[in-house]
Design a protein around this ligand. Structure first.
Ligand SMILES: [Zn+2]
Length: 193
């Protein structure tokens, strides 16, 4: 089912990705999304490290296909355990899963009783923008999915989606147009990257 997400929500997600990258000072691409997640305070647990018993316990409670995050209180702090499928999922897709889970953590989704399809659609959008910011794509004039794969270490499928979204944007705003918040982000990369 397609979920209605309006442009304003997508813009908000784009800004959130650039804020997260700036706040944690991650300016190199391909993004080291595993380190970023750890810096945010997420404990990353690949399925390959689980015992069969642990796996089965989780299996009965969660959708184990790609990954998920469980928050818990520990000594007054909130801890995030992010489990992700590293067994039958390729690395670029694992990176996407981690980026998707970062959205659930930074925007407080983890504390909701359940996540809506909109929450999931926004987390997917966040993941794409976090791993392959359009600001960089525009600035570097990347134009084919293959270039995206190489530059951002994302899957071919994700690259094709990002590429068509960027081409769409270019035809709406112009080849080299950047939003103010994107220019500020690129300026920060020049200064600190
Ligand atoms: Zn999700």
């Amino acid at each position: 089912m397609m979920v209605e997400v309006n442009k304003k929500q997508y813009d908000k997600m784009t800004r959130l990705t650039l804020d997260v990258l700036s706040d944690y000072e991650f300016f190199c691409f391909p993004l080291d999304v595993f380190s970023l997640a750890e810096k945010i305070g997420m404990k990353l647990i690949p399925y390959s490290t689980l015992t069969l018993e642990q796996y089965m316990t989780l299996y009965h409670k969660y959708d184990m296909n790609l990954g998920f995050t469980v928050s818990r209180s520990e000594n007054g702090y909130i801890e995030y355990d992010t489990y992700y499928n590293d067994v039958d999922i390729q690395e670029p897709r694992q990176r996407f899963t981690i980026a998707h889970e970062i959205k659930h953590v930074v925007s407080g989704d983890c504390h909701k009783k359940y996540l809506t399809e909109r929450d999931e659609a926004l987390a997917d959008f966040f993941a794409k923008s976090l791993l392959a910011p359009q600001a960089i794509i525009i600035q570097e004039g990347l134009s084919s999915p293959e270039e995206y794969v190489e530059r951002f270490h994302i899957s071919q499928q994700s690259a094709e989606y990002c590429c068509s979204a960027t081409e769409h944007r270019k035809s709406a705003y112009g080849e080299t147009f950047l939003f103010d918040y994107e220019r500020e982000f690129l300026e920060r990369i020049r200064k600190y990257g």
